[in-house]
Design a binder for this molecule. Structure first.
Ligand code: SF4
Length: 346
């Protein structure tokens, strides 16, 4: 199957993902406030989503320095790289809540776990503004009234225990489904038991993301010291039985010292269960840099060509298993902004 965008757009997206922030021109005022994620790759920093050539990319923005420069010619935006024209006709893509077209809500950024790559638990304890369940439902309903709304997704840190967090997520999903019966709902929990997965499905979630984070066992043990590799894989497998094929996804973060072969074996293992990997290049920021250095030593930056090559290999594996990220209605595969997405970008 052909990609939805040209090879040139895919390469430019990969270069943007691999590079540093976009420097905004002096006095530039984005038409809407930049988003500041409390979960996900850009946690804690102001970011904007740029769309161009039929794809989109989420980028950290800066008023001081950057690898890319935004140019604003009377409202026509372009992006320069190394002072040279790079992308003409870029547009700023509004995000509803965190992601374009979706209300993707981090219910609680507090987290008892110490995953090394994640910035969420390093945020102020009140980064999610002590969101109440009523407020979260209201946010989802308000977002559903916006143009282009496609669905709701919920994630959460583990404030006390996975059981407690899952109960809260299931309760919220039920309420959101009641208020928005037509809207697909995705959920990205940390689950430890199969019945937690069942409860999320019964509450009305259609899609689920259970992250394995790394298929390199040594890397996994270092970056997720409080989590259990085998248990996560068993939960992914169970989720595929309960949610169905092509309804379950799982982050594999790369750029942590693992080999491409390990990553692709992971993609195959997940696909064998019916799950689609989300291949995500590590984003190093002030929030996780020291911990990553201490835990893994100096990391080689992920290159644009590695991102593209892995996504192409992933596409072949998914094709062999009759799977595709384009079947997802919520979360990262539907959002497209942080990764090279097989079948869309390559
Ligand atoms: S791809 Fe995922 S993490 Fe990135 S902006 Fe979209 S929903 Fe958030």
């Amino acid at each position: 199957m052909e990609a939805k965008v040209t090879a040139e757009s895919a390469r430019k997206k990969a270069e943007l993902l691999a590079g540093g922030p976009v420097l905004l021109p002096l006095g530039f005022k984005p038409p809407f406030p930049p988003s500041r994620s409390t979960a996900g790759p850009g946690t804690g920093y102001p970011e904007l989503v740029f769309s161009f050539g039929g794809t989109r990319v989420r980028k950290a923005i800066s008023r001081e320095s950057g690898d890319f420069l935004l140019r604003d010619d009377a409202g026509t935006l372009s992006i320069l790289k190394g002072g040279e024209p790079f992308i003409e006709g870029a547009e700023l893509q509004p995000t509803l809540l965190h992601a374009p077209f979706q209300a993707f809500i981090n219910v609680d950024s507090r987290c008892a776990y110490r995953c090394v790559f994640c910035g969420s638990h390093r945020l102020e304890p009140h980064a999610t503004k002590d969101l109440t369940d009523d407020r979260i439902v209201e946010m989802a309903v308000n977002a559903s009234r916006e143009r282009g709304f496609t669905g709701v997704a919920l994630t959460s840190g583990v404030a006390q225990s996975p059981a407690e967090t899952t109960r809260r997520l299931a309760g919220l999903i039920e309420r959101i489904r009641e208020a928005l019966p037509e809207a697909p709902v995705g959920v990205e929990p940390y689950v430890t038991r199969s019945d937690q997965i069942d409860s999320l499905r019964e509450a009305g979630a259609e899609e689920i993301k259970i992250n394995i984070e790394s298929f390199d066992r040594d890397v996994f043990e270092k970056i997720c010291p409080d989590r259990d590799y085998e248990m996560i894989l068993r939960r992914v497998d169970h989720a595929c039985e309960v949610f169905g094929r092509n309804k379950v996804c799982s982050n594999i973060i790369f750029g942590l010292g693992e080999t491409d072969e390990t990553i692709l074996n992971g993609v195959r293992a997940l696909a064998g269960m019916g799950a689609v990997a989300t291949l995500r290049a590590i984003r190093v920021s002030a929030l996780n840099r020291d911990d990553l250095d201490r835990t893994l030593g100096e990391l080689r930056p992920v290159t644009a060509s590695r991102m593209l090559d892995l996504a192409r290999e992933q596409k072949t594996i998914l094709q062999d298993h009759g799977l595709s990220p384009l079947g997802f209605k919520t979360m990262c595969h539907a959002c497209l902004a942080c990764d090279i997405v097989p079948f869309w970008d390559v």
